[in-house]
Design a binder for this molecule. Structure first.
Ligand code: PLP
Length: 458
């Protein structure tokens, strides 16, 4: 009777879900027919359970954010303690709180170069939106108010507001609902890209360079990019690319914004993604990993010059969010940074990157459609192609990445397909940074089975 009762409850939940809950990044017409794919209920370590009691390995840290995995008591306790003491207070009108103050200092202390001050937000979109507004405001203060345009890369993901959605270079997101920020320009993505066969693509930073020449540097406020493009399909830039773009920005009096929303706080094996290429951005946007997803928080870091200019503004800074500097979210942020350091998480990421690469090598030797495996820390992925040697993609009807991800899901491993573009079949892997060797092997084994099963369908 228990099982019957439980199922009734789940059916009921599913029904209510379909009726009342509009889901982000979901096909509504499918959802209304099929209901939720899974209803999560609890988690421990790298694993999550659904309401039926099925246990899954979370191979993508949910949305690349639950970096420390589930059930970390220190993080929960930090939130609980603060919720009881003072759940919320404002940072507007000169109000402040100790957690936000200490987290601002802490984040600056671990950030590269002269990143010197922090503006808090509630997530990644708000961080990037804030960065766009602050860099434009900075140029205003410098008497260069024509500098309004932002260059972003195709295939990048920067958020879902009007401006950050415009900066996002993934078709479905970029075009949804129509309205655009006309001050956003898209440059071609860097070369290790999924525009297969595009041998004429200009090298390195050429696309950005010609865009600056065409538009005029006096119109351009900033260039934004992810150190490693995440949602677009885990695209690692070629060596020298980020440095070249940074130099180009410097030469043209343009600010460089690093979107570290996925890369930040250890995901790539360094504290921040840009550190893999020794680049210091002028502005750095973070979210996700700053609280390991245990609370909603983002931040924008400003270099010394921007910070020193901004603090001279003698009118109200007309920007901010109710939850900017949220004391409970900041308590979780402090606990997260503490956990990262105390548990040598970066070292684990670097060791597990090696294990993952060993697994990729094994898969490559055994599956002929596997291509372009990559991992920077635990931000990883692979592609599936008809012929990896000639980079020939599968024909459009073969949804290889989707098949593999669905098969893994049936075998209790959650991965993510990046197949926004036709004939692009990328599978992303980004497990919690606390993963161990045996768990990496479990992931590889499940992927191995999925690939074998996929090959049988051809
Ligand atoms: N920037 C990057 C690189 C992201 O991956 C994301 C989300 O996936 C965002 C920005 C937007 O963050 P949020 O969904 O918290 O608004």
């Amino acid at each position: 009777t228990n099982i019957v009762k439980q199922n009734t409850n789940i059916d009921n939940l599913s029904k209510i879900d379909k009726e009342y809950f509009i889901h982000p990044t979901t096909v509504p017409k499918d959802f209304i027919e099929n209901g939720p794919k899974i209803i999560f209920s609890e988690g421990k370590g790298i694993r999550v359970k659904d309401v039926n009691g099925n246990e899954y390995i979370d191979g993508v840290s949910m949305l690349w954010n639950v970096n420390l995995g589930y059930g970390q008591k220190e993080l929960a306790d930090a939130a609980y303690e603060q919720l009881n003491r003072l759940p919320y207070c404002s940072s507007f009108y000169g109000y402040s709180n100790e957690n936000a103050i200490r987290l601002a200092e802490k984040v600056v202390s671990v950030a590269p170069g002269d990143l010197s001050a922090v503006f808090f937000t509630s997530g990644g979109s708000e961080s990037n939106e804030t960065a766009f507004k602050l860099v434009r405001h900075y140029w205003d203060m410098k008497g260069l108010s024509d500098k309004k345009k932002i260059i972003s890369l195709k295939r990048g993901y920067h958020g879902a507001t009007i401006s950050t959605g415009s900066a996002t270079g993934i078709i479905g997101f970029h075009n949804f609902s129509g309205s655009k920020d006309m001050d956003i320009l898209h440059a071609k993505p860097h070369l290790t890209n999924c525009e297969l066969g595009d041998k004429t693509a200009p090298d390195y930073d050429e696309s950005i360079r010609s865009m600056i020449e065409k538009t005029g540097a006096d119109q351009i406020a900033a260039v934004i990019m992810e150190p490693v493009q995440g949602a677009g399909g885990v695209h690692v830039p070629p060596e020298g690319y980020l440095q070249a773009v940074k130099k180009l920005c410097e030469e043209n009096n343009i600010l460089f914004i690093a979107d570290e929303v996925i890369c930040g706080f250890g995901r790539t094996g360094k504290m921040f993604g840009v550190e893999n290429w020794d680049v210091v951005p002028d502005v750095m946007c973070v979210a996700k990993g700053i609280t390991s997803g245990y609370a909603q928080l983002g931040a924008v870091l400003l270099n010394k010059e921007i910070r020193d200019t901004l603090v001279q503004y003698d009118q109200i800074l007309g920007h901010g969010f109710t939850y900017s500097g949220h004391p409970t979210a900041c308590a979780v942020g402090l606990a997260t940074l503490d956990f990262l350091e105390k548990n040598n998480i970066l070292q684990n990421v670097n060791e597990m990157e090696k294990e993952l690469k060993k697994g990729f090598k094994y898969l490559e030797e055994n599956h002929r459609h596997l291509a372009k495996t990559r991992a920077v820390g635990l931000l990883a992925g692979f592609e599936l192609m008809q012929d990896p040697d000639t980079e020939t993609p599968f024909e459009q009807s073969i949804r290889a990445a989707r098949y593999v991800v669905d098969h893994c899901f049936d075998n209790k491993l959650i991965l993510r397909a990046a197949d926004f573009e036709h004939q692009v079949n990328i599978v992303a892997i980004a497990p919690p940074l606390i993963i161990n060797k045996q768990e990496v092997e479990e992931i590889i084994n499940i992927v191995d089975d999925a690939l074998t099963s996929f090959e049988k369908t051809l």
